[in-house]
Design a protein around this ligand. Sequence first.
Ligand code: CKP
Ligand code: MG
Length: 314
Amino acid sequence: MDVVTVGETMTLFSPNEHGQLRHAHSFSMKFAGAESNVAIGLSRLGHKTRWISRLGEDEFGDAMEAFIRGEGVDVSFVTRDETAPTGVFFKEFRRPNDTRVYYYRKESAASRMTADYIKEEAVKGAAFLHLTGITPALSDSCQSVMDKAIRLAKANGVKIVFDPNVRLKIWKSEEEARRQLKHFIAESDIVLPGEAEAAFLFGKKEAEAYPEDFHVLGAKTVIMKIGKKGSIVSQKGGAVDHVSGFRVERVIDPVGAGDAFAAGVLSGLLDGLSMAEAAKRGNAMGALVTMVNGDVEGLPNRADLVSFMDGGLD
Ligand code: CKP
Ligand code: MG
């Protein structure tokens, strides 16, 4: 296994019209969740991935499991809950550059995951464990899921990659979000924040100044997304490097770009690239996903990624 990830994926109802959600009449049903987005992105590039989660014993759970399995992701550690449903969320394309999400995920099956569902054999042998800050916001038991996964990763030499993915709609308070996210950053080998997330955690400052804040907490490597400017790479005790971004013709849907970036970075590292080259692949993946409606629909296969990185010429 190359990458193991744990988290909630929801059924996504994406309106077929632009404008306020209240006026939407028809929706496309999709499946999206940060962790499965990353697993799918990696799988399309030929890496072996496993996604651990808990689904409702319902139609959406069946469809989601089949979809993610169909993308080549191992789902053998996914469990089912007979009394809690699979979570749902809606997107709203309110105006150009104003996409919003609305969650219906309280008390979902995934929020009921407990540490018992994270088995040593599911984590052992992987190169990376990918986690995000969404999971600990779901419930107290999901916090224990994070702690158990981290403990197993450390005991088995699996590197921990953490994307803060700040979601204030589901945290109890901003203070609680900051406290817990910092705790998980401190446990991680690689942290993949966005610039706005770094500002939320450490206060507004120059982009180049943030990596040090993450290093002080304990993170060895920080690769920070800085929007269309690309990303910043920093290793503890080393210099801060800028890696430029790719030109995006038109942003259709920005949701999922951070997960695509994570998949690109991990793919690069699995292929033995340097941190800067891996960040470049992450930048390309993020750019590609923004140009397509959906969180995973824009994730490329290898040939598509290479052609885009080479300038998009066939
Ligand atoms: O940070 P990103 O836009 O890449 O994350 C998007 C995902 O898991 C999306 O698919 C959604 O299901 C979520 O983040 C979430 O819970 O917000
Ligand atoms: Mg993100």
